[in-house]
Structures are given as C-alpha cells and as structure tokens.
Write a protein that binds this ligand. Structure first.
Ligand SMILES: Cc1cc2nc3c(=O)[nH]c(=O)nc-3n(C[C@H](O)[C@H](O)[C@H](O)COP(=O)(O)OP(=O)(O)OC[C@H]3O[C@@H](n4cnc5c(N)ncnc54)[C@H](O)[C@@H]3O)c2cc1C
Length: 424
C-alpha cells in the first residue's frame, strides 16, 4: 500500500514545530555562539526555556524508543520533524536531537552497562552534558583501516595512545566514544574496538581546535591521547567489534543529516522564490526571466526528488528495523545530499546577486555546509561505491559472449512464445 499522507494528529504537532522554530528558535542563530556550549550563561537563559516548551509538548528526543523516554516515533515521523527544526542551527538541540549526541546515545543504549547508562546516557539524553565521537585520525578518515590509535590491556585497564582528528565538539564534551586498535594482527575490520572515555581522564589533550567558514567558533579538535587509562568495562561491544558498533550510530546519523539538509535546502529555495518575485530588472520581475525560472524549476524538482528518497529510506528503516538491510538507500541519501544543498544554495545566491554573496545572507554558509555533509560520516565517493556495489550484487553477468538481451535472442524467444499464434 502506498500513501503520502501525514496523520492529522501528528500534523498538528508539525504545524506547532514549524511556527515555534521560525518564531522562537531561529532568532537564536543570530545571537549565540556554539550550540554545544551548554554551560554558557546565554545558553542557560535562552535555550533552556525553549527546551522546556518542547518537553511540555511531548516532542523531546523523539529519536529514542519509549524505553529511553522518547516517543519511538520511527524514522518517517522523525524526518518530518527534522525537516522543520533542521532549518535552524539551534533547532536540533532545542528538540534534544543534536549530533553527535543522538548517535552516541544509540551506542550507549545498545552496549552500555547499567552503570554506564546511569552515568553517561541519562544526563546525555537530558542534555545536561554533551559528548564527542572520536574516530577519524590525522593520517586518514575515509579509510578507517589506517587508524593507529591503540588500546593495550594493562592489568585491569585499557591504556590508550594516539591522535584523533576533527573530533567535533570535543572541548564541550563530558565523555568520548573512541575507536582504537586492540588487535593489530587481526583481519582488517576486526582490529579495532570501541571505548567510552570520561573527558576528565588524565592524558587527553586538545592540540588545536579547527573551525570552518560559517561556524561561530572553532570546535573540531585535533587531539592527542597519552597513556589514557580506562577500566576494562569501558569497552563498548565485544573486542574487535568497533565497525559493528560504529554502524549503530552512523546509519541514523546520516539520515538525520539528510533530514536537516532538506530543511536547509528548502529555506534557500523559499528565499530564492521571494527574491525572484520581488526584484525587477529591465522593467520586469526576475521571476519572468526564463533562466531564473529554470533555476526555480530545477531546484523544486531536485528538492522533491531528494525528499522522497529520504522519506522512502526512512520508511524502509521503520519496516526493517535494521540499518544494514537499507544500506544502499542510506548510502544513496548520503551521496546525493551535498549536491542538492550545493545546487540550491548556489542558485539562490546567484539570484540574490551581490546581496546573495554578502554576509547578510546565509547562502555561502550553506554552500560550505554542503561540503560538510559531503565529508562528515564519510566522503561522497565512498558512499557512491557502496551504492554501486549493492546495486551490482542484484545482477548477474551474461552467460555467454553477448548480452542476454541481444535483439536476435529476444526475437527468437518471442517467436517461440507467440510464433504459432501469429498470422502469416
Ligand atoms: C564538519 C566535519 C565534522 C566532522 N566530525 C567528526 C567527528 O565528530 N568525529 C570524527 O571521528 N570525524 C569527524 N569528521 C571527519 C570525517 O569523518 C572525515 O573528514 C571523513 O571521513 C573524510 O576523511 P578525511 O577528512 O581524512 O579525508 P580523506 O580520507 O583524506 O579523503 C579526502 C578525499 O579523498 C577522496 N576519497 C577518499 N576515499 C575515496 C575513495 N574510496 N574513492 C574515491 N575518492 C576517495 C574524497 O574526495 C575525499 O573527500 C568530521 C568532518 C567534517 C568535515
């Protein structure tokens, strides 16, 4: 059964989110620094009351199942929510659904001990603390098999040494989820394990924080880990299971980025339409110029196609409850999202002329952000390889020298089937 409708009760919630985000959350983007700086006085003054409104409305941390205090809405409803609150930088944290905490919470919910859940997961879900995912290393991110950060067992502790790169949000985090090599001689994808490490453990150092255009503060850390000791029980999942554990967070994380990308691309699109209808040149509206019309049509089509792919993928995840079964779709969503955001933000910028390039407008931030979503959680090229590999696994090579669908073979088969029944 196919249907493209939202149930009316949930639509009431969506309408509330839309209004709330536009009127009360979006203004924060113009006033506050990093959205992870939860101890900043203005965060406490301005963001906490908005989070309370979301809780009252029953919309807090909706990515979680009911056993963790969430609604258990599933990915389709989550997509519809994210494409509204994702238009604002502060939207996700106001709704208790910000990366990387959402993914880290999924890992802790799956693999944490009861004690770890009490100490780390519960305050994380309440946004009393924030967290960091430290996987990438300076020598390479797209290929995790080159990672060298090691964890060596010493009595009742793991001792961690190495460097991590672009660990977002490290300076605000209360704990890290860290990937380290425990079994250097094992098979390529069995060499690493995942750990939970409290941020106040001695030996953790931020070498430098890096930022990029459009970000209010530098928050992506180059880190050095020197003889960092954690108890044996801080391993999450089994020894050698880091890739399995990482997949628990990456599937959902990529989808949430995509849902928020729909929001940003839609915002750029809305701005482009308003400008096209408002600006006049050579005595007529920009909207009457065919090349501007083409920009609007191409953007609408691209956004619509992307949104449908995101929603279909969300629906598939809800059906299978297993990211692995939907790997091809998730990789496709991840691969196409940078292009969609890039193209629509670039067209919107162009239609606004010099104003579009100025820092009064968000288009250049979104252009840079299109590269962010094309790199974080793995570069586009790697995801395209996944799509192609999964697609090709559904096909077989031809049995002989020529294609199975070569014309004369097809005609012979058609004659076998219908030859006798045909006239003449
Ligand atoms: C904004 C942002 C936030 C991030 N946050 C985190 C974080 O919190 N924690 C964390 O661990 N990491 C984080 N990362 C790191 C991210 O996961 C890596 O940037 C990504 O995996 C790519 O690794 P790299 O930057 O080392 O690029 P490289 O591995 O050096 O790759 C560079 C380029 O090579 C090309 N390439 C690579 N592989 C292939 C291939 N198989 N085929 C064809 N071309 C290829 C691609 O063009 C790619 O962009 C973040 C990155 C960004 C941009």
């Amino acid at each position: 059964m196919w249907q493209f409708e939202t149930d009316p009760e949930f639509q009431v919630q969506l309408d509330w989110i839309d209004r709330f985000v536009r009127e009360e959350v979006e203004p924060l983007d113009h006033l506050l620094g990093s959205q992870w700086d939860i101890r900043a006085p203005n965060f406490v003054r301005l963001v906490r009351p908005l989070q309370a409104k979301v809780r009252e409305r029953g919309l807090w941390a909706c990515h979680l199942g009911p056993e963790l205090g969430g609604k258990g809405y599933g990915q389709v409803k989550l997509a519809l929510m994210n494409e509204l609150f994702g238009r604002s930088r502060f939207g996700p944290i106001v709704f208790g659904a910000q990366a990387p905490d959402t993914g880290n919470a999924e890992i802790l919910a799956h693999y944490g001990t009861p004690g770890q859940k009490r100490r780390f997961l519960e305050p994380l879900l309440a946004n009393e603390i924030v967290s960091c995912f430290a996987m990438t290393e300076p020598q390479g991110g797209a290929d995790p098999t080159v990672f060298t950060t090691s964890a060596v067992q010493d009595g009742d502790a793991w001792v961690i040494n190495g460097e991590k790169w672009f660990a977002s949000n490290a300076r605000f985090a209360s704990f890290f989820i860290l990937m380290a090599v425990t079994d250097p001689d094992a098979a390529r994808y069995r060499r690493m394990s995942m750990f939970i490490v409290p941020a106040d453990t001695p030996g953790i150092e931020i070498v430098r924080n890096h930022g990029f255009h459009g970000e209010p503060e530098a928050t992506h850390a180059h880190m050095r880990w020197t003889n960092v000791r954690v108890p044996l029980e801080n391993m999450l999942g089994s020894r050698g299971d880091a890739f399995v554990v990482a997949q628990t967070r990456l599937g959902g994380g990529r989808m949430h980025h995509a849902m928020r990308t729909v929001a940003q691309a839609r915002r750029a699109f809305e701005m482009m339409c308003e400008r096209a209808l408002s600006r006049f040149t050579q005595g007529e509206q920009l909207a009457r110029k065919q090349m501007v019309q083409e920009k609007i049509a191409d953007s609408w089509i691209q956004l619509r196609q992307f949104r449908l792919l995101v929603l279909e993928t969300a629906w598939l995840i809800d059906r299978h409850h297993d990211y692995k079964m939907v790997r091809k779709n998730i990789a496709a969503v991840k691969a196409v999202m940078p292009q969609v955001l890039h193209d629509i933000a670039a067209r919107a910028l162009q239609v606004h002329g010099s104003l579009g390039l100025s820092n009064e407008m968000p288009f250049s931030d979104w252009l840079v952000n299109s590269f962010h979503v094309g790199l974080a959680d793995g570069p586009t090229e790697v995801h395209k390889v996944t799509v192609a590999r999964e697609v090709l696994a559904e096909f077989k090579p031809a049995a002989g020298m020529f294609p199975s669908y070569i014309g004369y073979e097809q005609k012979a088969r058609a004659l076998d089937l219908y030859g006798e029944a045909m006239e003449g």
